[in-house]
Write a protein that binds this ligand. Structure first.
Ligand SMILES: Nc1ncnc2c1ncn2[C@@H]1O[C@H](COP(=O)(O)OP(=O)(O)O)[C@@H](O)[C@H]1O
Ligand SMILES: [Mg+2]
Length: 225
C-alpha cells in the first residue's frame, strides 16, 4: 500500500505489559522532537468510550489531537478479546474499515504508531465468514514491530517465544523495550540473555512512572518503515 507515513507496530508479550504506556512515551518523544506522529489501534475492548481507552490516553499524553474515529474504528464495551467482544456485540471487524482508517492516518501523519491488542497472537475476528488475526494487519500494512515486555522474572521465556513466533511468520522486529525495570542482578541478566538468545537489542528500559524514554528520538524514528 502506497502511503506517506512511516509506520511502527507495538506488540507485547501479553496484555497489561505496557504497550499503551510505552506507546504514549514513544509518540510524545517524537512529537516533542518536532515529528508529525499519530496513533492507531484497530479494535479496543473493555472501554465505554474512546476517551477512557488506550487511544484516549495516548492522544492526551502525547498531545496529538486526533479525533476518536481516527484513533480507533472499533470500540467494544466487553472486556474480552476483540473477536469475542465483536461476537457478543454483533459488530465484527471488517478489514476494509481498518484499512481505510489506517490510510487516512497515513495521509495525515509522517509517523504512524499502531498499537496491537494483547500479545502477538490475538484473534480480532473469528467467525464463519472471516478469520482475522492481529498479524494480518501487520502484514497488510507492512509494519515492523517493537516488542514491549516486562523486565522481571519470566520475561526470557515470554520474549523468546514471541520473537520465535514472529520470526517464523516473517514479522520484522526492530527492538525490545523492557517495562517496569528496577535493575538488580536478575533484570540485568534478563537483558543480556534476551539479546543473546534473540539477536535483538533492548532498545530502552522503562521504570515505573517514567515520563521520558531513554532513547534518542532519532534512533526511535529510525524504527519506522
Ligand atoms: N512504566 C510504567 N509506569 C507506571 N504505570 C505503568 C507503567 N507501565 C504500565 N503502567 C500501567 O499499567 C497498566 C497496564 O499498562 P498498559 O500500557 O495499559 O498495558 P497494555 O497496553 O500492554 O495492555 C496501565 O494502568 C498503565 O498505566
Ligand atoms: Mg493497551
Amino acid at each position: 500500500m502506497k502511503r506517506k507515513a512511516k509506520g511502527l507496530f507495538i506488540t507485547a508479550t501479553g496484555t497489561d505489559v505496557g504497550k499503551t504506556y510505552v506507546t504514549g512515551l514513544i509518540i510524545k518523544k517524537l512529537r516533542e522532537a518536532g515529528l508529525n506522529c499519530g496513533y492507531y489501534k484497530a479494535a479496543i475492548s473493555g472501554a465505554d468510550s474512546v476517551g477512557e481507552s488506550d487511544a484516549g490516553y495516548v492522544n492526551r499524553i502525547a498531545n496529538i489531537g486526533q479525533t476518536d474515529k481516527m484513533l480507533v474504528p472499533y470500540l467494544y464495551k466487553e472486556a474480552v478479546s476483540p473477536h469475542l467482544a465483536a461476537r457478543i456485540e454483533k459488530n465484527p471487524v471488517e478489514l476494509s474499515v481498518v484499512k481505510e482508517g489506517f490510510s487516512k492516518n497515513a495521509q495525515q501523519f509522517d509517523y504512524l504508531t499502531m498499537e496491537g491488542s494483547g500479545g502477538i497472537i490475538c484473534p480480532i475476528r473469528y467467525d464463519a465468514r472471516q478469520k482475522l488475526f492481529l498479524e494480518d494487519f501487520i502484514k497488510e500494512f507492512s509494519l515492523p514491530s517493537v516488542i514491549v515486555a516486562d523486565a522481571g522474572l519470566g520475561t526470557i521465556n515470554a520474549v523468546v517465544l514471541t520473537v520465535e513466533y514472529m520470526k517464523n511468520r516473517s514479522l520484522p522486529i526492530k527492538g525490545i523495550i523492557l517495562n517496569n525495570y528496577t535493575g538488580g542482578i536478575m533484570q540485568e541478566d534478563n537483558i543480556r540473555m534476551i539479546e543473546a538468545m534473540t539477536g535483538i537489542k533492548i532498545a530502552a528500559l522503562v521504570k515505573d512512572g517514567d515520563k521520558d524514554l531513554d532513547i534518542e528520538a532519532e534512533a526511535l524514528a529510525a524504527f519506522y518503515e
